[in-house]
Design a protein around this ligand. Structure first.
Ligand code: ATP
Ligand code: MG
Length: 420
């Protein structure tokens, strides 16, 4: 047992293997423990099968001193974790009379008689520690032996799993597997307007000088998040300084492509920039169907800067509501620089807004041509005297193209404001 470190997680349940349930307990645990300097080294998933559970826990305990099991502690015959792990330790199951009384009393309080099958939820392997569950009937069970290691058994219901971790189980774990030098720390830089491979090329030399920090590329659909991680092998203050330096180097290299940090939202940042400058915005949208206005108004207090939004999906409405010259449709088509520009001016003139965004494009899946394939989007942005109309060639499904066009539109105005 000595010399090994780290934690493994075994998630138990046929529903996890079938894909009906996603292992959110494992995800939550990874984040929760990383935040305190404990590394989850591996996660495995097994079905409601006693042999499979036992061998997964046994294999994990051969690698690490602590294994956390989620699920299979219910009262029904498909719940086999208790018996499987007790068998591995060679500890017989015995009814804990005081916990049985707690379960019985909970049923009584609701005017019910405890069904006999709930008795198994009071079964505890002899020598194990019971962690009281105040939000459910299955207690947490800690089996700890010098020879084998520590196994913590928790119910799969996410609210109970988390409650028990916070109320006793984490304490047991940290006693057995003390946290490393520092907690795992992360920084995220949000990037929009460049493909992942081009991004990798652009920052290649910065990336190669980051060790011991690691860099991950996480595409979100509308941005690529660059995540810097310090895995806890540096003291806390050193880690913070190393992350600051690395983040700064990346931000300098990327310029306006990197528009935010952490969980920043571009529409929120744009709204704050507009508010700070006392500017008001109007939006004219075609293929995004109101998404830009929706995102701009998601933030509370958006009325400080949001004046109006108009969805002009047809040529006719672009003409009647925005005053777009019909000759432009014939000469250039609705998806064109000329029409995006005319929509931009039109919505400004008709609302009196100082800032504006216009979007016109082919979201697909039909309607593309050789000249204007699906994903062709013209976007206009205006801030005072400054206007810019740009062409984007986006890819993806209809929903992805619309979301990306929306993000590109917000970004275009955000950049225009930052340049002034
Ligand atoms: P209980 O003692 O409350 O019956 P249990 O230990 O028997 O709990 P399960 O029967 O395995 O737990 O699962 C109960 C519920 O929790 C199910 O709805 C299941 O989808 C969900 N669940 C199980 N495992 C996980 C997991 N790893 N992540 C998220 N949800 C889970
Ligand atoms: Mg189950």
């Amino acid at each position: 047992v000595s010399g090994r470190s780290g934690i493994e997680v075994v998630a138990i349940g046929d529903e996890l293997l079938l894909g009906d349930t996603i292992d959110t307990n494992g995800a939550w645990l990874g984040q929760r423990l990383a935040g305190m300097g404990l590394r989850v080294m591996r996660r495995s998933v097994v079905g409601d099968d006693e042999k499979a559970i036992r061998s997964a826990v046994e294999a994990a305990l051969a690698r690490v001193p602590v294994v956390i099991c989620s699920g299979g502690l219910g009262p029904t015959p498909d719940d086999r974790t208790r018996a499987a792990v007790a068998g591995l330790y060679g500890w017989p199951l015995e009814v804990d009379e005081s916990w049985l009384a707690v379960i019985r009393e909970r049923f009584t309080r609701r005017g019910m008689v405890m069904p006999l099958i709930n008795r198994v939820q009071a079964e505890v392997p002899r020598g194990a520690t019971l962690v009281r569950n105040e939000v459910g009937t299955a207690p947490g069970l800690i089996l700890d032996s010098d020879k084998i290691g520590l196994a913590a058994l928790l119910p799969g219901v996410p609210s109970e799993f988390r409650w028990l971790m916070e109320h006793g189980v984490i304490e047991h774990i940290t006693r057995r597997s003390p946290p490393s030098a520092g907690r795992v720390q992360k920084r995220v830089l949000r990037v929009t307007g460049i493909a992942e491979s081009a991004l990798a090329e652009r920052i290649a030399d910065v990336e190669s000088s980051l060790a011991p920090l690691t860099l991950a590329y996480l595409p979100t659909g509308t941005s690529i998040d660059l995540r810097l991680t310090c895995w806890g092998d540096l003291p806390e203050a050193e880690a913070g300084a190393a992350l600051d330096t690395a983040e700064q180097k990346l931000a300098e290299r990327l310029g306006p492509l990197a528009w935010g940090r952490g969980d920043d939202d571009l529409a929120t940042l744009l709204g704050e920039a507009l508010r700070a400058r006392g500017l008001r915005i109007a939006v004219a949208e075609s293929c995004t169907g109101g998404l830009v206005a929706k995102r701009l108004t998601d933030a509370a207090g958006a009325s400080d800067y949001m004046l109006a939004g108009v969805i002009t999906y047809s040529n006719e409405s672009k003409q009647t509501l925005l005053g777009v010259d019909p000759a432009l449709f014939e000469a250039h088509g609705a998806v064109s620089e000329a029409v995006a520009g005319a929509m931009l001016e039109g919505v400004r003139v008709r609302t009196g807004a100082t800032c504006a965004i216009s979007v016109t494009g082919v979201a697909g899946p039909g309607g593309g041509t050789a000249e204007k394939p699906v994903g062709t989007v013209w976007i206009g942005a205006a801030a005072g005297e400054r206007t810019r109309v740009s062409l984007y060639r986006l890819f993806g499904t209809r929903a992805e193209i619309r979301a990306r066009a929306c993000q590109a539109a917000l970004k275009q105005l955000f950049d225009l404001l930052r340049e002034t």
